[in-house]
Design a protein around this ligand. Structure first.
Ligand code: C2O
Ligand code: CU
Length: 549
């Protein structure tokens, strides 16, 4: 195993990823930031300098469990104080499993500003994946807003609520194409404000050699959108999900939710005299924005436009094919870890949208998360019991009375900083229950992401979860392990994990604005086993005096 040492600088720069110029947070001048390439067992050290001038920052290593290093999870307010302008913070952690992972800002809604990238962990030398391929490529998907993260978040957290709306474009590997002529007020003083011939927004090119097999690591860090990803004329065989081997299955289009990573295999076995469209489109929300890249068959000219029209995406409001894909993801035969067959605790989490004290919020069992000034890990470790609400949120909701299909006009939701305390090494089941939003006949897709663990996905269903009948249908034989999973509109998703990683861990909707509006919870387990906290994570809230220079 090796030590991989990175020196990164985060700063604001003008970039035009979709031809529209805006301030973007770059790492060493790039967005997406540099890819971390490592081998299983390596130690990653990232020295991050915050050059944002007036803004704090923190980076989360998405999918890395941080076993023994819970303080380097990078979640502001949960595991560390924010890194202040001018400061350099050193993250150090081990990548203990092969697979495809991500990193991104975890401070306010800063991920929207472009601070994100991929982590690719290979097997140690001499070990082989359970599938063969000739080349390995990463494709990071995103959606993109023209407003600043400050404008977006201010709108969400004002009494005069302003929704972020649909994204202006979709990015593939950091590149998109906004239609500049649709700008209502082009700025005559700045011809570069939206310039369709800016090379920064030329489509991403995936150049391939005919007759080969490519492993494509497709991941999504969208702010809002659920996506369908497809490559014209090429089937994809899904072989990996969130760092776990999948029993292979073939799709024409891959549904992918924010925070998920997949590896798919494609064969470059189509007519080699032309290029093909790579495309993303939005599902689950009514938007016809698409993202486009080019599959360039060598030696065709990369700029040669495919001769066919761009493929159609699936119907945006058709839940069935998305549920079907969720259900087809199983652990690869012989390579999955079996889940414990029973659990010690079941927490049902009703996902609702509410108004709390005049603010629009998302709540879990009527509690909307408000995280405190002092990060939980520090308050817990140092017994600062006055730093957050000591009352835990409820383990369920009133099943019998709550109709998930209607818009509820009343609301007894509250905000709280309370957390779930899990007994160390116990097995916990989480049932995510979706419901109607505050709009009539509307239920959204929420991708839930757990820090510090993988969970087994035991089942999905539509309608109200039945605590007696549905557990009988759980897949306890070959469930996939993941760290991010969707709960479909009006549906439920059942997860199981073992609380065996001492620390404080966020579990939240990966839609940036939903988490910002309180759609998350925090778990604590084994806090007494957490070692001495590094001084670098201290310094904010009640931890000011704890920091030793
Ligand atoms: Cu990738 Cu807490 O998120
Ligand atoms: Cu959500």
């Amino acid at each position: 195993a090796r030590i991989r040492h990175y020196k990164w600088e985060a700063k604001y720069e003008y970039k035009s990823p979709d031809c529209f110029k805006k301030l973007v947070i770059t790492i060493n001048g790039r967005s997406p930031g540099p890819t971390i390439l490592a081998q299983q067992g390596d130690t990653i050290i990232v020295e991050l300098k915050n050059s944002l001038i007036t803004e704090n920052v923190a980076i989360h290593w998405h999918g890395i469990r941080q076993i023994g290093s819970p303080w380097f999870d990078g979640t502001e307010g949960v595991t560390q104080c924010p890194i202040q302008p001018g400061e350099t913070f050193k993250y150090q952690f081990m990548v203990d499993r092969p697979g495809t992972y991500l990193y991104h800002a975890h401070y306010g809604m800063q991920r929207d500003a472009g601070l994100y990238g991929s982590i690719r962990v290979a097997l140690p030398d001499g070990q082989l994946e359970p599938f063969a391929y000739d080349y390995d490529r990463s494709i990071l998907l995103n959606d993109w807003y023209h407003k600043s993260t400050h404008e977006l978040s201010t709108g969400l957290s004002s009494k005069n609520f302003t929704w972020v709306g649909e994204p202006q474009s979709l990015l593939i590997q950091g590149k998109g194409k906004f239609n500049c002529s649709s700008l209502s007020s082009p700025s005559p003083s700045d011809p570069d404000l939206c310039n369709p011939s800016n090379p920064e927004c030329s489509p991403y090119l995936l150049t391939v050699i005919p007759g080969k097999t490519y492993r494509l690591r497709v991941s999504s860090l969208t702010s809002l959108s659920a996506l369908s990803f497809q490559i014209e004329g090429h089937n994809m065989t899904v072989v990996e999900a969130d760092g776990h081997y999948v029993e292979p299955f073939v799709v024409k289009n891959l549904f992918i939710y924010s925070g998920e990573t997949y590896s798919v295999l494609i064969k470059t076995d189509q007519n080699p005299t032309r290029n093909y469209w790579i495309q993303t489109s939005i599902v689950s929300r009514p938007s016809n924005t698409t993202g486009v890249a080019i599959l360039n068959y060598y030696p065709n000219h990369p700029k040669r436009t495919p001769p066919t029209p761009q493929p159609q995406g699936p119907k945006w409001d058709d839940v069935d094919p998305r549920l079907a894909q969720s259900l087809s993801i199983k652990a690869r035969k012989g390579l999955g870890r079996a889940p414990p067959q029973t659990s010690d605790r079941v927490i049902v989490m009703l996902n609702t949208q509410n108004t709390v004290d005049g603010f629009r919020r998302w709540s879990i069992n009527n509690v909307s998360l408000n995280h405190p000034k002092t990060p939980y890990l520090i308050s817990l470790k140092h017994n600062l019991t006055d730093q957050f609400d000591q009352n835990p949120p409820p383990d369920g909701y009133d099943f019998a009375k709550y109709d998930i299909y209607v818009k509820h006009n009343y609301s007894n939701a509250t905000t709280s900083s309370g957390i779930y305390r899990l007994k160390f090494n116990t097995t916990v089941d989480i049932i995510l229950q979706n419901a109607n939003t505050m709009n009539p006949h509307n239920s959204e897709t929420h991708p839930w992401h757990l820090h510090g663990h993988d969970f087994w996905v035991l089942g999905y269903g539509l309608g109200k979860f039945d605590i007696y009948k549905d557990p009988k249908k759980y897949n306890l034989a070959d469930p996939i392990e993941k760290n991010t999973v969707p709960v479909h509109p009006y549906g439920w998703t059942a997860l199981r994990f073992v609380a065996d990683n001492p620390g404080a861990w966020a579990f939240h909707c990966h839609i940036e604005s939903h988490f910002y509006m309180g759609m998350g919870v925090v778990f604590e387990e084994g806090i007494e086993r957490v070692g001495r906290l590094p001084s670098s994570i201290l310094g904010c809230g009640a931890s000011k005096g704890l920091r030793v220079p």
